[in-house]
Design a protein around this ligand. Structure first.
Ligand code: TXA
Ligand code: MG
Length: 350
């Protein structure tokens, strides 16, 4: 299959392109499009066969449910059984935006979307291209991240092209994603809201609106027999490049000395080694492929670049990547959640 790659103006999306893309979606095809978090791979969310094509294209395990995206608030009511009080408050505060809500599903949502669960994850993105596309299609659009399963999520159209060219009908190029990490996922289907995946809407921001929430233990610990993530997708070694990622934590100078020593040892063994550095530390690493992920004082730059840098290490072909760690408060929680997953929670403490 030939994949059509088209550029669209984020401020003023070309109507004819969105109409063509919407037509592909309505006819059971696959279209990748930008959102404010990462690129999504869209299909008609009410069409089982179209949703199955998403799993095929991504190589995604079939027990990992999809998110349904909507283009306006009216799109929510037909796909959920009810909107809980907590959900209403979150919607008022943060939609459209980078938070996904898990709610009891309506009967019309196929089990190919929910992986057999009786809940459905719904997201109302703020990205103008995404919203216009979904509205034009006039259907809920199932849209997981548009990467090959297990790879870092795509934050540029070129990432989608690299993973999915030949497997999908169209890629809409709307430039780099603003946040660069996937949406926060909050389960509001039960008594008390539970954070399933940290993202740009932080735990602190949510608690200001609905009071204290629970956090799925799998957010901060390695999944095991006792810790089974409530978001099925979080159990996989995710977001990871081909290289072995090793985190190094400790006080500033110790981290840099440890990484420099490890890099030297590995190079001696004949390995190609990457270092994920920050603006503040880049000049202090002696050897290896040193890439800057962002500015430690501006966590949003680290979130925006993390997946791009992990992909770049793959492209360079390193065997191992050593990375500094970051504070886990605010947006740092999402950054460390993704980094820990990329590293399989492998961390040297020094
Ligand atoms: O920012 C995002 O959310 C992006 C953009 C494209 O919208 N999408 C995204 O989708 O990250 P995906 O499929 O890569 O991640 C969705 C996560 C998976 O971990 C999945 O297991 C979980 O949401 N999920 C989906 N439905 C669920 C449900 N009913 N209950 C619990 N977790 C669910
Ligand atoms: Mg994903």
């Amino acid at each position: 299959m030939e994949t059509k790659l088209v550029k669209v103006d984020i401020d003023n999306p070309e109507k004819d392109i969105l109409t063509e893309a919407a037509e592909i979606l309505r006819n059971g095809g696959l279209v990748a499009f930008p959102t404010e978090t990462v690129y999504g791979l869209g299909a008609n969310g009410l069409d089982e066969a179209a949703c199955r094509r998403i799993y095929e294209a991504k190589g995604r395990p079939s027990d990992n449910p999809l998110i349904l995206t909507i283009g306006d608030l009216d799109g929510l009511y037909p796909i959920v059984k009810c909107v809980t009080e907590d959900a209403k408050k979150i919607i008022d505060a943060f939609w459209p935006g980078p938070i996904t809500l898990v709610l009891p599903k309506a009967d019309c949502v196929p089990s190919a979307v929910t992986g057999g669960l009786d809940t459905v994850a719904v997201r109302y993105p703020s990205n103008k291209i995404a919203r216009e596309l979904i509205k034009t299609a006039g259907i809920p659009v199932a849209a997981p991240s548009a990467n090959s399963s297990g790879k870092p999520s795509p934050t540029r159209a070129s990432h989608v092209d690299f993973d999915l060219n030949g497997k999908i009908e169209m890629i809409i190029d709307g430039g780099a994603c603003d946040w660069g990490l996937e949406s926060t996922i909050l389960d509001v289907s039960g008594e008390k809201p539970v954070l399933l995946r940290p993202g740009a809407v932080t735990q602190e921001m949510i608690e200001e609106v609905v009071g204290k929430i629970d956090v799925d233990p799998a957010v901060y610990s390695k999944p095991s027999a006792d810790i089974v993530p409530k978001a099925p997708g979080m159990k996989y070694k995710h977001y990871s490049p081909l290289a072995n990622v090793i985190l190094v934590s400790g006080s500033g100078d110790n981290v840099i000395e440890t990484i420099n020593r490890k890099v030297k040892e590995d190079i001696k063994k004949g390995m190609k080694v990457g270092v994920m550095a920050t603006t503040q530390t880049k000049d202090r690493y002696d050897e290896g492929e040193v890439l800057v992920v962002g500015d430690r004082d501006k966590p949003e730059t680290i979130g925006a670049n993390l997946f791009k840098i992990l992909r770049k290490f793959d492209f360079i072909g390193v065997d191992v990547v050593y990375s500094e760690v970051f504070d886990e408060d605010g947006e740092g929680a999402a950054i460390m959640n993704r980094l820990n997953k990329a590293a399989g929670f492998n961390c040297i403490k020094c």
